[in-house]
Design a protein around this ligand. Structure first.
Ligand SMILES: *[C@@H]1O[C@H](CO)[C@@H](O)[C@H](O)[C@H]1NC(C)=O
Ligand SMILES: *[C@@H]1O[C@H](CO)[C@@H](O)[C@H](O)[C@H]1NC(C)=O
Ligand SMILES: *[C@@H]1O[C@H](CO)[C@@H](O)[C@H](O)[C@H]1NC(C)=O
Ligand SMILES: *[C@@H]1O[C@H](CO)[C@@H](O)[C@H](O)[C@H]1NC(C)=O
Length: 331
C-alpha cells in the first residue's frame, strides 16, 4: 500500500514539472513558521552556509513568525559588496520597504586580486554554480524564518543584474522566484569563435515557467555596460532593447510593446515600455532611465553609483517601481 502510494507519487512527480506543481498551487512547506528566531530585527546580519559562503540579510522590524513574509534577493555588482548594495538600493529603509525580508548574497572571489564576480561573468570559470548558492540561502532562510515561498523576488545591479537574469533563466530558481528586476545588467554571452552582433545575440535561457515577470532598467549614458551593447572583456553584450524583446518573445508576448511613453512624473526622457496583454498584461516592462543616466541605480538623490560615475541623479527611484512590480506577482 505504502509502496503503491510512493509509486503513484513518483509517477506524478515525473510527469508534472516543478513549474506545473507551482501553477496548481503546490506550496513548499516552510519550517521557520511559529519559531521566534533568535536574531535582531531591523539589523543587517551576516550568516554563513555549511558550504562556507556567507550572505547578508535584514529582517523588518514588524516580523512575526506566525505570519508568512516575502523575501527579496538583491545582488551587488562586480567588485562590490552586500553592504554596498544595501546602501545603494535602500531596501532596508522604511521609505521603500517596511515588510519584506531582504537578502544580499555575496559573490565568489577569483584570481590573484580576489575579484568579486558572479556566475556568467567573463572572469568566472564556467563551472561555477551561483544559482545553487542562492537556492542554498533560500533553503536556510526558509528553515529559519516564516517565508512566503510564493513571494520570493530578485533584483540586482550590473553583474548583480546579470545574476538576477541567471535566476530567471535557470530551471531550478525560476520555479522558486516569482518576479525579477535587473538594473543596468551586464548580460554577457560567450560568443568565442563567432562575431559579436548585439542586436542578434542568442541567450542561454531556460526558465521552468512559461510566463516570467521581469522589469528591466538601463541608462542611456551607461559608460560601463553600454546601452547599445558590443564586445567587452572577451565576451559580447546585447543591445538592451534586443535583450528586452527576447524576454517578451520567450514569455510568449509580442516583441512590440503594447505601451511606450514617458515615465510618469520623470524627466530626462525616462521612457516606459510595457509588453503583454490580457492575462499577461505588463508581464515584461522596461525603463530607459534617461539620456543622462550612467551605470547607476536610478534614484532622485545622489548615491554611491552617481558619485562614482560623476553623473546627475536619475528622475525617479527605481526601488519604488521595483517594489510595486514585485507586489503584483506571486508564484
Ligand atoms: C568561452 O567559450 C570558449 C569556447 O567554448 C571556452 O574555451 C571559454 O572557456 C569560455 N569562457 C568562459 C569565461 O566561459
Ligand atoms: C555606446 O556605444 C556607442 C557605439 O559604440 C557610442 O557611440 C556611445 O558613445 C557609447 N555610449 C557611452 C555612454 O559610452
Ligand atoms: C531620448 O532622447 C534622445 C535625444 O533626443 C534620443 O536620441 C533618444 O532616442 C530618446 N530616447 C528614448 C527612449 O526616447
Ligand atoms: C526617492 O527616494 C528618496 C529616499 O531615498 C526620497 O527622499 C525622494 O523623495 C524619492 N523621490 C521621489 C520622486 O519619490
Amino acid at each position: 500500500m505504502v509502496v503503491l502510494r510512493l509509486l503513484t507519487a513518483g509517477l506524478l512527480l515525473s510527469t508534472a514539472s516543478l513549474a506545473s506543481l507551482t501553477d496548481l498551487g503546490f506550496k513548499r512547506s516552510v519550517t521557520g513558521c511559529g519559531n521566534d528566531p533568535d536574531v535582531a530585527l531591523n539589523t543587517r546580519i551576516t550568516a554563513k552556509l555549511p558550504s562556507g559562503r556567507t550572505y547578508l540579510y535584514w529582517v523588518p522590524p514588524n516580523y512575526n513568525s506566525q505570519k508568512e513574509t516575502s523575501l527579496i534577493f538583491s545582488f551587488h555588482g562586480a567588485t562590490k559588496t552586500p553592504e554596498a548594495q544595501a546602501d545603494l538600493d535602500l531596501l532596508t529603509t522604511p521609505f521603500f520597504n517596511k515588510n519584506h525580508i531582504v537578502v544580499y548574497p555575496s559573490s565568489g572571489e577569483y584570481g590573484e586580486d580576489k575579484g568579486r564576480y558572479w556566475q556568467g561573468a567573463p572572469q568566472v570559470p564556467p563551472d561555477v554554480d551561483d544559482v545553487a548558492y542562492v537556492l542554498e540561502i533560500l533553503d536556510a532562510m526558509e528553515s529559519q524564518f516564516c517565508i512566503d515561498t510564493a513571494r520570493v523576488y530578485a533584483t540586482g545591479k550590473s553583474q548583480g543584474g546579470m545574476m538576477t537574469n541567471n535566476l530567471a533563466c535557470d530551471e531550478r530558481s525560476s520555479a522558486r522566484v516569482a518576479a525579477f528586476a535587473p538594473v543596468s545588467g551586464s548580460y554577457y554571452v560567450n560568443v568565442t569563435g563567432t562575431e559579436c552582433v548585439p542586436t542578434m545575440l542568442e541567450f542561454n535561457c531556460h526558465p521552468a515557467r512559461a510566463h516570467i515577470p521581469i522589469f528591466i532598467f538601463h541608462g542611456g549614458n551607461d559608460h560601463t555596460i553600454n546601452y547599445t551593447g558590443g564586445p567587452r572583456s572577451g565576451e559580447c553584450l546585447p543591445y538592451i532593447p534586443h535583450f528586452v524583446a527576447a524576454w517578451a518573445l520567450r514569455d510568449g508576448l509580442s516583441d512590440t510593446p503594447e505601451f511606450a511613453g514617458p515615465l510618469p512624473n520623470a524627466g530626462d526622457n525616462a521612457t516606459l515600455y510595457r509588453y503583454g496583454s490580457g492575462d499577461q498584461k505588463d508581464l515584461v516592462e522596461f525603463i530607459y532611465d534617461g539620456n543622462h543616466v550612467d551605470h547607476q541605480w536610478p534614484a532622485t538623490i545622489p548615491n554611491s553609483d552617481s558619485i562614482e560615475h560623476d553623473s546627475p541623479p536619475a528622475t525617479f527611484n527605481a526601488s519604488s517601481i521595483i517594489m510595486d512590480f514585485f507586489g503584483r506577482y506571486t508564484l
